[in-house]
Design a protein around this ligand. Sequence first.
Ligand SMILES: Cc1ncc(COP(=O)(O)O)c(C=O)c1O
Length: 345
Amino acid sequence: MDMDWKNLDFAMRPTAGSIRLDYDGQTWSEPAVMREATISLPIGAQALHYGQACFEGLKAFSLQDGGVGLFRPEMNARRMRQSAERICMVAPPEALFVEACLRAVELNLEYVPPYGTGASLYLRPLLIGTEPLLPVMPSSTFTLLVMVSPVGPYYQDGFAPVDALILEGYDRAAPRGTGQSKVAGNYAASLKSTLEAKAQGFPINLYLDAREGKYVDEFGTSNFIAITRDQRYLTPDSPSILPSITNDSLRQLAKDMGLEVVQAPIPVSALEQFVEVGACGTAAIITPIASVTYRDKKIRFGNGEAGPVLTRLYQELQSIQYGEVDDRHGWITRIKPTSQRPHHQ
Ligand SMILES: Cc1ncc(COP(=O)(O)O)c(C=O)c1O
C-alpha cells in the first residue's frame, strides 16, 4: 500500500471495506464483509429521526514484532452495550462485537500503518436503529457497521499543549441524561459550542457540570485529567461524563508508577492547584492543556510545555500499544488469520 503514513491526518479514507451485522429482532447475523461505503436504509429508520444511534472508537496498531494488535476491544464492546441499553437499542454480545472488530482489521491489514510511523488504524463501530416507525419508540431491528480508516499520529508537531475554554452558555450533558453513553445526539449537541470555542481561538472546550456549573466535567471528546503538585492523578467523578477507556488505562499506569489516583468531583476553583492538565482519549492518548480560560481569566498549567508526568504516562501507554514493552495488563488482542479463530457461537 502506497501511502504517506507519516503525514496522515485524522480523517476518513477509502479502505478495503467494512464489516456489517444485522439484528432482525431475534438474532444477530454473522459478520459479513461490505465492500461499498454506503448503506441503504428506510427513510423512516429510527436512527435518522429520533437519534437511535451509538458508536465506539478504538485503534489497531502495528506491533514492534511485526504483528497487529487491537487495544482493549472488549472495553468498547461493554461500553457499546451500556450506550445501547440507555437508548433502548440491542447491541451485539461482547464476543461478537470483538469478532466484528477483528474481522474489520483483517479485511484491512494493508491499511494498518507500519510500525514506526506513529500512525494507526482507527475503528469506528456504529450501531443504528433501522426500523421505520413514526411514533417515538424503539426500533426492533438494528445494524452494526465497523468501518475503519488509517489515521495519522495525532501530534504532527510533537506533543504540543493547547489552550482550552470554558463556555458557560452551553452544557454537554444533563446529570441524568446521556452523558455517560456514546450516543450520536451528544455530539450533535456539542457542535455549536465547539465551533464557538474555535472561533474564539480555542481548539478545545471544557464543560462544567450542568446542574450547578461548579464542577469540571470533561472536554467535548475527551476526559479531563490533572496532576497535582504532590503527584496525585485527579479525574472527575461525574454522572455525566463518558467513561474513557484511555483514562481507565492511564489510571492503571499511574498506579503502577506509584501515583495516588483520585476520582472525585473537581470544583472549577481547584483548577489553579494543578501543575499538569490533559485531555485524554483514543485519538491522541493525551492532549496536554496549557491553560483553561474561565470568565476572562486564563489559568495556566506548568511552563507551557507538556509536563513530565503526563509525558511519561503518554509514552508508557504508547509503548504498550506498539508492543514495545510487556503487555502486563493484557490490553492487546492480537489479530490472527481467520483459519486460526474459532467459529462464533
Ligand atoms: C465525550 C468523550 N469523552 C471521552 C472520550 C475518550 O474516550 P476513550 O478514551 O474511550 O476514547 C471520548 C472519545 O471516545 C468522548 O467522545
